[in-house]
Design a protein around this ligand. Structure first.
Ligand SMILES: Cc1cc2nc3c(=O)[nH]c(=O)nc-3n(C[C@H](O)[C@H](O)[C@H](O)COP(=O)(O)OP(=O)(O)OC[C@H]3O[C@@H](n4cnc5c(N)ncnc54)[C@H](O)[C@@H]3O)c2cc1C
Length: 901
């Protein structure tokens, strides 16, 4: 590999850097790895002049620097490749499932040659500072070698794992032996034969290097602070099944990867862990273990493995079982078994013989949790228990990920002299992970706020570069020369990022994804956790909606500022609504009552089944005009429990005990109370006031039969969603007016409270959010004649509210019923009723009842359960449960998507 070669400037770069104090180009691209190379290619194709600058001596980026023994990719190489040119794909064949560093470096060199990219790259040139020149509307870049650069656009393809983290241990300079960093491994290799070697760090690089070093060294001592999950790579030829898929229809395969969650096409898993038997779960796990594929094991076991603490714990325990099975010494096996983070919350590693290496007689594991390093001395390493004499220390201590290489260019001075370090003092703020408000024409590739390290980076890099270059071309065509994110857009993106992070378990771990590995670094989940495909959709939508969130300006053209937020919905709500839109369903109100019921039954079959509770029973109770069915959910804990009487949603026309089954189970599990779901009568067969009267009668019957039902005697609670919320609210009014039963509290979830349709939410959310204005009209028409609608049994907002039981009222931002729910809560409060409101930001009418589909609704449901427990006089549950499973302690403060009002 040619090392010390500064590339001559091209014609396109207008001038020789040696002669010219400043090199003028349209675009400067910092970095000549996967991203920088593709950027240069696309920019040249687009007719923009560009220069690449890299501190390294040649192309390759990551693969130029990380030459340690065992260095390989951990995404299958057929996926970890450029896809922009089918001819390039045809011209290169990977020799292995996971290629080695030398092979990937050769590939990138091959790409550079094929597109003649080196002529535009200045190697051995580090960009040290960057300043936005307001007058010239250009970036001025300072370099440590040769000419500075003046560019209109500044693309930081500096890599998200390219700034090594300095060692945090005193005395490195005193050590008389050799010191190496995996991320800066000498190009001519290191002979470790017969040496006493220490490896500090057991992240991906350490796990890849340790087995190789153990084979050479006389003695290897591994210093481990935090164990990582690792899986066997089972490296070898490219798997025939994947190759078959790729070669069968390359274009489709690549397109599926682009729209997939992680940039590798695997089907979406729908079975949830608690639906599978132990044997089924084990079988799935063994298949994944044998496959040796990171994305497979992270996505294909069961649908809840990455979003739910319990679903995840099942995988984690199976991996720990494997570790115990491989490592002979139980103490070493225990030390190697991660317990401090969910599986996948930190990138698991792919290994070759990693755990088995600890069975070798020349390998020792030092658990730094039990014996921290005191110092590095001239002769080796001293812990607080013992000393190790060493010849070589290898630091595999990882990177200042995602922001390290960006902020290492210092200062990056944007508008008004503000530096990026100042703008990011509390953590990185970006719009789409690509741009930063106040820093016009600055673009980051795989920066914080983009899917980045949570994806197959080759796919993400191509998407980023395509998006950026396409924008530059579009700007040129429209006469714009600057592009800058607005503050509103950036703040919105931060909110969306926080919402997305509720969808995964990354927030529960202290990792380099959250900045926790670097002392003093602001903490927060840095990569975009919403998935590669959804992210791509959002970037496209920004363009489709007229560059939403950007200011565009240029000489001689009117400035365009399309201010706003690109995603206001919760990420999973957005997915659900997009999916429903794609299904192109007929409006429910066109199906007739019977057709609508059949549709709902069919629709509900596709959702995840509710979770296990202690017991589910069915029975009949006495309604207002005859027997009614009910379904009872009993917690697994010893009773007697307080009883919640529940009324399902469905516009007084649809639904039954089955339709809200997952929600009832969830409420039972979270509140630790009995839930009795009542099958009240429906219109059109039984119009107003049948549902209202049934609600009251059923509640009275349940209160009177509490002991028989195994519940606690005394006041009951009522709860309901949508029209069921209406029935619950009315039941409280009737109970007060008619002298019972006694009700201790009411939970009203997105309730119908009034027959007026003129509130703002009816207009704002008339269509597009599943429950439409038209559907509500239809429900009202079927249930209640216009003359009856102002009756408080139909419109409880018009009833007598003083003296009603305390209430917890839930509303959703994107719900036509939002404002009447809020109006009811406010009216109750004005009448002296204790009320708590929960306003679900970014949620729609069905968010909270779509258990295990709208995951972001879990926080709201946890708060509902707490409110119900409070009404029943039960103590607060001390630890937050955000998923219906075991208590969790977040590493990073949670953004609460359900704000209290
Ligand atoms: C050991 C290892 C294995 C990996 N395996 C995988 C994998 O299997 N799959 C996957 O998707 N990802 C993997 N990654 C992540 C990997 O970083 C990306 O896949 C990809 O290589 C990043 O390409 P890039 O061009 O964005 O950045 P890089 O490859 O990091 O290149 C950035 C370049 O910018 C240069 N640079 C930075 N700052 C400056 C400056 N101020 N001035 C001049 N030059 C500068 C650097 O010298 C570097 O050459 C791995 C990372 C590591 C470390």
């Amino acid at each position: 590999m040619p090392e010390a070669m500064v590339a001559p400037a091209s014609d396109a770069t207008r001038g020789n850097p040696a002669q010219n104090p400043t090199q003028e180009v349209d675009v400067a691209v910092i970095g000549a790895g996967f991203a920088g190379l593709y950027a240069l290619h696309r920019l040249r194709q687009a007719g923009l002049t560009a220069v690449g600058l890299d501190e390294a001596g040649d192309v390759g980026g990551t693969w130029y620097w990380n030459r340690y023994p065992g260095a390989r990719c951990d995404i299958q190489t057929i996926d970890y490749s450029y896809t922009f040119d089918p001819a390039l794909e045809g011209a290169w064949t990977w020799s292995e499932k996971y290629a080695t560093q030398p092979e990937i470096l050769r590939y990138l060199g091959f790409v550079a040659d094929r597109y003649d990219l080196r002529r535009d790259i200045r190697f051995h040139t580090k960009v040290t500072a960057a300043t936005w020149d307001e007058g010239a509307q250009r970036w001025q870049l300072t370099t440590d070698n040769g000419a500075s650069v003046s560019c209109r656009y500044y693309i930081m393809a500096t890599g998200c794992l390219s700034a090594p983290k300095p060692p945090e241990i005193d005395g490195v300079k005193d050590f008389k032996g050799a010191v190496y960093f995996t991320s800066r491994w000498p190009h001519d290799g290191v002979n470790l034969a017969g040496k006493r070697v220490a490896v500090i760090g057991t992240g991906s690089s350490g796990i890849q290097a340790i087995p190789m070093i153990a084979e050479q060294a006389a003695q290897l001592t591994v210093f481990q602070r935090t164990p990582n999950f690792a899986l066997p790579a089972h490296n070898g030829p490219v798997p025939a099944d994947r190759l078959f898929l790729l070669e069968g229809d390359r274009a489709t395969y690549r397109e599926q990867a682009r729209w997939s969650p992680a940039g590798v096409p695997w089907p979406k898993q729908t079975a949830v862990s608690w639906q599978l038997s132990d044997a089924e779960r084990r079988e799935r796990f063994e298949t994944a273990w044998a496959k040796g594929d990171l994305v497979y094991i992270l996505t294909q076991l069961w649908a809840d493995q990455a979003v739910d603490v319990d679903g995840n714990a099942r995988v984690a325990e199976l991996v720990r079982e494997k570790i115990r099975g491989i490592v002979r010494d139980p103490e070493t096996a225990a030390a190697l078994s991660p317990h401090d983070h969910p599986f996948g919350a930190k990138r698991p590693c792919l290994d070759t013989n990693y755990y088995a290496t600890y069975n070798r007689p020349n390998v020792t594991l030092v658990n730094l949790r039990q014996e921290p390093i005191k110092a590095i001395t001239a002769s080796g390493i001293t812990t607080d228990k013992r000393s190790f004499d060493l010849d070589v220390i290898v630091f595999a201590t990882g990177f200042d990920a995602m922001t390290g290489a960006i902020l290492a260019v210092h200062p990056i001075m944007g508008r008004g002299g503000k530096t990026l370090s100042e703008a990011w003092a509390n953590g990185p703020q970006t719009y789409l992970g690509l741009t930063v408000a106040g820093f016009p024409n600055l673009f980051m590739v795989t920066g914080p706020g983009s899917p980045s390290v949570l994806s197959n980076m080759a796919v993400s890099i191509e998407q980023h570069i395509d998006w950026v270059v396409d924008r530059l071309v579009a700007m040129r065509e429209a006469g714009f020369t600057t592009m800058e994110a607005t503050e509103t857009a950036q703040e919105g993106w931060a909110r969306h990022m926080a919402d997305c992070s509720m969808l995964t378990l990354h927030r529960l771990a202290n990792t380099w994804y959250t900045g926790a590995n670097v002392p003093g670094k602001a903490q927060g989940v840095m990569p975009y956790t919403g998935g590669v495909g959804p992210y791509r959709g959002i970037c496209n939508e920004v363009v489709g909606r007229g560059m939403l969130g950007f200011k565009l300006a240029g000489p001689g053209v009117a400035e365009q500022c399309n201010d706003g937020e690109i995603v206001c919905l919760q990420p999973d709500v957005r997915l659900v609504l997009n999916m429903l839109a794609e299904m192109n369903l007929p409006p429910i109100e066109t199906l007739g009552a019977e057709g609508a019921r059949a549709f709902l039954n069919e629709f509900n079959k596709s959702r995840p089944a509710g979770r296990l509770v202690g017991e589910v029973g069915e029975g009949m109770l006495q309604g207002a005009d005859g027997p009614l069915p009910y379904r009872l959910y009993r917690p697994a804990t010893p009773g007697p429990h307080p009883i919640i009487v529940y009324f399902h949603g469905g516009g007084w026309v649809l639904g039954d005990e089955q339709s809200d089954d997952p929600f009832c189970r969830d409420m039972c599990r979270r509140s630790d109370m009995i839930v009795v779901s009542v099958g009240y009568r429906h219109a059109p067969e039984h119009r107003f006031p049948a549902a209202a009267e049934d609600g009251h009668a059923a509640t009275r019957w349940i209160a009177e039969h509490a002991a028989e039902l195994g519940g606690r005697a005394g006041p009951v609670l009522v709860a309901g969603w949508s029209a069921g919320g209406n029935v619950a609210a009315v039941t409280c009014q009737l109970a007060k007016a008619r002298g019972g039963p006694e009700i201790a509290g009411q939970l009203l979830v997105c309730p119908v409270t009034d027959c007026a349709f003129d509130r703002a939410s009816y207009a704002e959310n008339a269509t597009g959010y599943f429950l439409t204005r038209g559907l509500m009209f239809w429900f009202w028409d079927i249930y209640c004649s216009p003359a009856d609608r102002t009756d408080p049994r139909a419109s409880p907002l018009r009833g007598e509210l003083s003296g009603l039981p305390p209430a917890f009222v839930v509303t959703a931002e994107f719900d036509p019923l939002r404002d009447e729910g809020i109006a009811y809560a406010e009216a109750l409060a004005n009448a002296g009723v204790p009320v708590e409101q929960l306003k679900g930001r970014g949620h729609f009418h069905s968010s909270f009842t779509m258990v295990d589909v709208v995951i972001t609704g879990a926080i709201g449901r946890a708060r509902m359960a707490e409110a119900l427990r409070g009404f029943a006089g039960l103590p607060k549950q001390t630890t937050q449960r955000d998923d219906g499973a075991r208590p969790v302690r977040p590493a990073v403060p949670l953004d609460v998507n359900a704000a209290a009002g």
